[in-house]
Design a protein around this ligand. Structure first.
Ligand SMILES: [Zn+2]
Length: 451
């Protein structure tokens, strides 16, 4: 590779954030503006006796635009304050109706502000004889299934520091533990504080509160390719499953570190759910044994380099599927044209066709890179990972880095195969897309069953 291209590819990346937000839009309550969360502190109370859970959230945010600040919470807030003053809130459709958000009914001027929201946690909680179970599990193939399903948060572009202060009340002698991909401090019985890194988004957090004796746990250590050791926690209902998960994790970690560099996170948490498929988090996964490799790959692409929006998630599923099938190289994609990345800009979910089509497209890109005498897409990805690590990216970022790497244009290929430039109809998803085995369409009952 030319030296100049390498330097361009590796040049430092600033945190993107608000410049990746969709445009402000008008509502009947006024102009709604996307804002830049600086931090959010969540006081989460789980009351076992009363069988109720609620969140008191304090968000410090910046805005460049005057308007009604946008946030999201699927659960209807009970009360909301902006800069100390109680205001109402409204749930509104985004333009095109592809999702809904909430706005605080208070016009804010450019600058720094504080918003406090009191809400109940309606999903992902169960109260049983052993105590409280709560899991903020996410899905990316359906709208509004990130952190907003449980507590107030922002669109996926926004990276901000989150602190969870967790209390289990009315639980008498029942002890609890937390599995989380942040720093957990268990200061006294049933009281925890979790600090998550400031690059996290609404699709990053792993949070699982469990009664102490609920799972069989393995507390292990893995020695990275660079000699660093990091803690690996594996837990499930079955010792034999933990054993299989460990064996497979060790094999996959070795493979991934060889291809893309040392494990990029301070820890690894593997929850063996006992149901099909899995879901990825930053340095964590809730998964079946079969999907473990796919989900660990996502700690590099999806949760190491992170999608900025619903038009970016296709890259991670395409790449993970490309790995699942052994990094094939194809002279041409096996389809004519499809739109994976040019949906309505307010879209939050990933196109379900990303697995099969994305994999085929990346096999084609790999072929083209090798035809130019370059090492190929895997080699590019290792560099791309170093440059873009812990930032949110769009499809345009991938195109520009690829073009830098190859010193060639891929614009036409992306137009045809990813942006649906020549798709026959409007590029809408067909009604039925076969389910991907690693990310099945969990029902609410399935999600509840792994709490
Ligand atoms: Zn995946």
């Amino acid at each position: 590779m030319k030296l100049i291209a390498l330097i361009a590819l590796l040049s430092a990346q600033i945190m993107a954030g608000i410049n990746q937000a969709p445009s402000p839009f008008s509502t009947k309550f006024g102009r709604a503006v996307f804002v830049d969360f600086q931090s959010a502190e969540y006081d989460l109370i789980f009351n076992h006796k009363e069988q109720i859970a609620y969140a008191d959230t304090t968000i410090v945010f910046d805005t460049n635009d005057e308007g009604l600040p946008i946030f999201d919470s699927v659960s209807t807030p009970q009360a909301i304050w902006v800069n100390g003053e109680e205001v109402s809130q409204e749930e509104v459709y985004v333009p095109g109706g592809v999702s809904k958000v909430r706005v605080a009914n208070a016009i804010v001027a450019p600058g720094k502000h504080t918003m406090r929201i009191r809400s109940t946690i309606d999903k992902g909680v169960s109260f049983g004889g052993k105590g409280v179970s709560a899991g903020f599990f996410i899905k990316d193939l359906k709208d509004r299934m990130f952190l907003e399903r449980y507590v107030p948060t922002n669109y996926e572009y926004d990276q901000y520091k989150m602190t969870f202060r967790v209390k289990v009340e009315g639980a008498d002698h029942r002890w609890h533990d937390i599995f989380a991909n942040g720093e957990v401090v268990n200061s006294s019985q049933n009281t925890f504080e979790i600090t998550y890194p400031d690059f996290y988004t609404s699709s990053s957090v792993y949070f699982h509160l469990v009664p102490r004796r609920k799972y069989v746990r393995y507390y292990l250590e893995y020695t990275s390719i660079n000699g660093r050791t990091f803690p690996v926690t594996i837990y499930s209902h079955w010792r034999f499953l933990n054993r299989y998960l460990k064996r497979k994790a060790w094999t996959v970690l070795q493979e991934l570190e060889k291809d893309f560099g040392p494990w990029p996170h301070p820890r690894l948490i593997i929850y063996g759910t006992g149901i099909r498929g899995g879901m990825e988090y930053v340095g964590a996964t809730a998964t079946s044994l079969v999907s473990l490799g796919h989900e660990l790959f996502h700690s590099y692409f999806a949760k190491g380099v992170m999608p900025a929006d619903g038009n970016s998630g296709w890259m991670d599923e395409g790449l993970a599927s490309w790995r699942d099938k052994g990094y094939q190289s194809h002279e041409a994609p096996n389809y004519y044209s499809v739109n994976l990345a040019k949906h309505n800009k307010y879209t939050r979910k990933t196109d379900k066709r990303s697995y099969v089509k994305g994999r085929s497209f990346f096999a084609y890109i790999d072929y083209q890179l090798k035809a130019k005498g370059l090492a190929g897409l895997k080699d590019f990805l290792a560099l791309y990972f170093v440059k873009r690590r812990f930032t949110t990216v769009t499809t345009e970022d991938l195109i520009s880095d690829l073009e830098n790497y190859a010193q060639a244009s891929f614009r036409e290929d992306f137009n045809q195969y990813i942006f649906g430039g020549h798709a026959s109809s409007t590029g809408r998803s067909p009604a039925i897309v076969p389910e991907n085995p690693h990310h099945p369409e969990y029902t609410d009952q399935e999600l509840e069953s792994i709490l």
